[in-house]
Ligand binder design. Structure first.
Ligand code: 5GP
Length: 190
């Protein structure tokens, strides 16, 4: 999406550790008009898939998931992050590794809100190595829910997670794809 790429070019800051900071429109302050346009684009790609739920992870995926859900006329559901692996029986759970914090954590979703009746569209702000997406997919597998695919705002394609998941048969649609980035040379899109 040209609009999103232009905004990333204008406001994105490349930090050490292959982290792109987009706090001015996606990860702290939210540009609702831009996120609405991104949400509409993702929703349009999956409009014929019978999606009953948009699933993301707290906290940074929630904004984008809400806009996608708005356009698909279904609920948005966010997995909560738990530091303990001592999880009750009322939830589906899956382990993930945090790209930005470097630690392992458990994602949980109440069994009340995700079941075998659901067709799920997974949504996230970033896709890097794919750990978050894998954990979200695992929650769906546990619940017996069908996964229609994944809609991502920013894929750092050079990190490979998206292509691995595509090779495994998951439909992954990214609204911007970064081919390379560094603080000096800037950001190059695919
Ligand atoms: P993955 O699990 O695919 O390695 O990383 C995806 C998750 O890590 C996303 O949910 C996102 O919150 C975070 N993440 C990965 N790369 C970046 C980045 O460059 N910038 C920001 N702000 N978050 C990132």
């Amino acid at each position: 999406m040209q609009l999103l790429e232009e905004r990333i070019r204008k406001d994105g800051k490349v930090l050490p550790g292959d982290v792109l900071k987009v706090n001015s429109f996606l990860n702290h302050q939210l540009d609702a008009e831009l996120l609405d346009a991104v949400g509409a684009e993702i929703a349009g790609l999956f409009k014929d898939c019978g999606v009953t739920k948009v699933l993301t992870a707290e906290a940074s995926g929630i904004a984008i998931a809400c806009f996608v859900a708005l356009h698909l006329h279904c609920p948005a559901l966010f997995a909560k992050k738990s530091k303990t692996s001592n999880i009750g029986s009322g939830v589906w759970s899956a382990k993930a590794h945090s790209y930005t914090h470097g630690n392992d954590y458990t994602m949980i979703v109440s069994k009340e809100y995700l079941s075998g009746e659901d067709t799920v569209l997974i949504v996230d702000d970033f896709l890097a190595n794919g750990s978050a997406l894998r954990a979200l997919r695992e929650l769906c597998t546990e619940a017996g829910a069908k996964v229609a695919g994944a809609g991502i705002a920013i894929e750092k394609k050079y990190q490979g997670g998206g292509d691995e998941l595509r090779a495994e048969g998951l439909r992954v649609e990214s609204m911007s794809r970064i081919a390379s980035m560094d603080a000096e040379d800037g950001i190059r899109f695919c």
